[in-house]
Design a protein around this ligand. Structure first.
Ligand SMILES: NC(=O)c1ccc[n+]([C@@H]2O[C@H](COP(=O)([O-])OP(=O)(O)OC[C@H]3O[C@@H](n4cnc5c(N)ncnc54)[C@H](OP(=O)(O)O)[C@@H]3O)[C@@H](O)[C@H]2O)c1
Length: 164
């Protein structure tokens, strides 16, 4: 069973998006996402599949949608996406949006999971949120503080070791 890697950036209140896009422009965080996911399996909801990044750098996208996309593996649920990803080469990154993250956090209790979360130390207006996650027994394995135009943010990596 492969580890699930949930990758997300949130503001201090859990905001992840507004009007179909990110509420912030933080190049270092975007580059971090690109570096981590290059060459890997990226599971994303249809709306999060908004630009071409998933088709670049040998990423292997799996889209969750009721609509079938011509050149991209498309499935109807997160569990189907994970089953498909288990048969492919590469690490499994869960790339949102809101509902996908909610389901991934529920699944985290049942299988090995890593959370790569960037927390931006600022409040943004938003209409999409990352779910509550701090109740799970995460172990922090890495962090790095950074700054962009007076906005502080911290990269964190947590793991959950479930024996199931
Ligand atoms: N800050 C971050 O790290 C981050 C990461 C990702 C996204 N975002 C932001 O989040 C927003 C986009 O996310 P979103 O939550 O609006 O949409 P989304 O999850 O990317 O896409 C929603 C669509 O995905 C499909 N879908 C989602 N969950 C499903 C499920 N459980 N079963 C079947 N289909 C499912 C449906 O497609 P169909 O309607 O085609 O069936 C649904 O309409 C944007 O603002 C984006 O910038 C932020």
């Amino acid at each position: 069973m492969k580890e699930l890697r949930i990758i997300v950036a949130t503001d201090k209140n859990g905001v992840i998006g507004i009007n179909g896009t990110l509420p912030w422009k933080i190049p270092e965080d975007f580059q971090y996402f690109l570096d981590k996911t290059a060459g890997q399996i990226c599971i994303a909801g249809r709306l999060g599949y908004y630009d071409k990044i998933y088709q670049k750098d040998n990423r292997k996208p799996i889209i969750i949608s009721k609509t079938i996309f011509p050149d991209v593996p498309t499935v109807g649920s997160l569990t189907e996406a994970i089953s498909l990803a288990e048969k492919m080469d590469g690490d499994i990154y869960i790339c949102g949006g809101q509902k996908i993250y909610e389901e991934a956090i529920l699944l985290a209790e049942t299988r090995p999971t890593r959370l790569l979360i960037t927390i931006i130390d600022k409040e943004y207006e938003g209409d999409r949120y990352f779910p509550e996650w701090r109740h799970l027994p995460w172990r922090q394995v890495w962090s790095k503080k950074s700054l962009y135009k007076n906005v502080k943010f911290t990269f964190y990596e947590f793991v959950l070791n479930n024996d199931k």
